[in-house]
Design a protein around this ligand. Structure first.
Ligand SMILES: Nc1nc2c(ncn2[C@@H]2O[C@H](COP(=O)(O)OP(=O)(O)OP(=O)(O)O)[C@@H](O)[C@H]2O)c(=O)[nH]1
Ligand SMILES: [Zn+2]
Length: 312
């Protein structure tokens, strides 16, 4: 006779990390139960979107292992606070006709998505504000030309058809929603997951010792059975792109990438070299297939930033 299998309390269980609160995180099991878990050690530190193996202990749990990630999206809110999301299918970057969006922030988010090899979708909200919308749509022309999909809409006035279209695009995907304050992130989440924001407020209040503000990435099921989820990540100001080598930057910018092959030197920085395919393509008057002056400035500023010694 063989020994009895280990007691079920000792067996590892599978779960999904749906929020992370510094030292602990919330793990959701297959039946939808949520358990507060603590990592066993540094190696088992998990981020939102991670699949983990955990062990129950009383009413909480210990994360024993983080399963291999498909991808890892890196960002940084402040100098020292880093946050991540893993296993994403889509990064939805929400900007609006008003307030006027920062092209540099948009470019940074797109570079972060390219570097992590996650498909981006740009959504331009507030199409009901006719004149600012037209201007914003024009500012996004280079982004459409370089192959990014830009979806223009009014979330506040979205009807059933628009909602259904958005749901179709996000179906079965884990989507990280990024956007500057005022662009309409709450409006988007309320449209797709009615009531979710109020519920999250209560949870984050319980987990973050009474703080009302959401400081961590939150996970919302749009359709749990179909695997459709939205991740809301607060803050859009600072994208920590520190993990990207300056020489890899042009490869994360499709308009520059298209011309980098034309450079005379294989290790061209596209900053000062003769025979540079990028520099010779930058035009004050932008046209399709070219590189706009603002994109080139974003590149050279970022190159300098990523080349500078770490401040911390
Ligand atoms: N005109 C117009 N206003 C909109 C639209 N969508 C959202 N708004 C308004 O824009 C403002 C900001 O929307 P929110 O959804 O709160 O934006 P948010 O991105 O969550 O902003 P934070 O809470 O600051 O992060 C609100 O006053 C909305 O009513 C739209 O399609 N058209
Ligand atoms: Zn070059």
């Amino acid at each position: 006779m063989t020994d009895a299998p280990p007691q079920s309390a000792d067996a590892l269980r599978g779960g999904l990390v749906v929020s992370s609160h510094g030292r602990h995180c919330m793990v959701e099991t297959a039946d939808g139960t949520r358990v507060i878990c603590h990592p066993r050690g540094k190696k088992s530190a998990a981020v939102v979107g991670d699949r983990v193996l955990w062990q129950p202990s009383r009413d909480e749990g210990t994360i024993e292992r983080v399963e291999e990630r498909r991808n890892l999206f890196y960002r940084q809110d402040e100098v020292r606070s880093k946050s991540f999301a893993a296993n994403l299918d889509l990064v939805l970057i929400l900007v609006a006709a008003d307030p006027v969006f920062s092209e540099s922030q948009l470019a940074r988010a797109l570079i972060a998505a390219e570097d992590a090899r996650i498909a981006p979708l740009v959504v331009l909200n507030k199409s009901d504000l006719a004149a600012p919308y037209t201007r914003a749509w024009e500012r996004l022309q280079p982004y459409r030309d370089m192959g990014y999909e830009v979806l223009g809409l009014s979330l506040a006035q979205a009807g059933a058809a628009r909602r259904a279209e958005l749901l179709r695009r996000l179906a079965g995907k884990t989507t990280l929603v990024l956007g500057p304050s005022g662009a309409g992130k709450s409006t988007l989440i309320n449209l797709l997951v009615p009531g979710a924001l109020a519920a999250t407020g209560e949870v984050s209040q319980a987990l973050n010792s009474g703080k009302h503000t959401t400081t961590t990435t939150s996970w919302y099921w749009v359709d749990r059975a179909a695997g459709t989820a939205l991740l809301d990540s607060p803050g859009f100001q600072e994208f920590g792109l520190r993990h990207i080598a300056p020489m890899h930057l042009a490869a994360c910018m499709p308009d520059l990438r298209a011309h980098a092959q034309e450079c005379r030197f294989y290790n061209c920085t596209h900053l000062h070299e003769p025979g540079c395919g990028v520099i010779s393509t930058v035009k004050t008057a932008y046209s399709a297939g070219g590189i706009s002056a603002s994109r080139y400035k974003i590149y050279s500023d970022l190159f300098a930033e990523l080349s500078a010694p770490q401040r911390y």
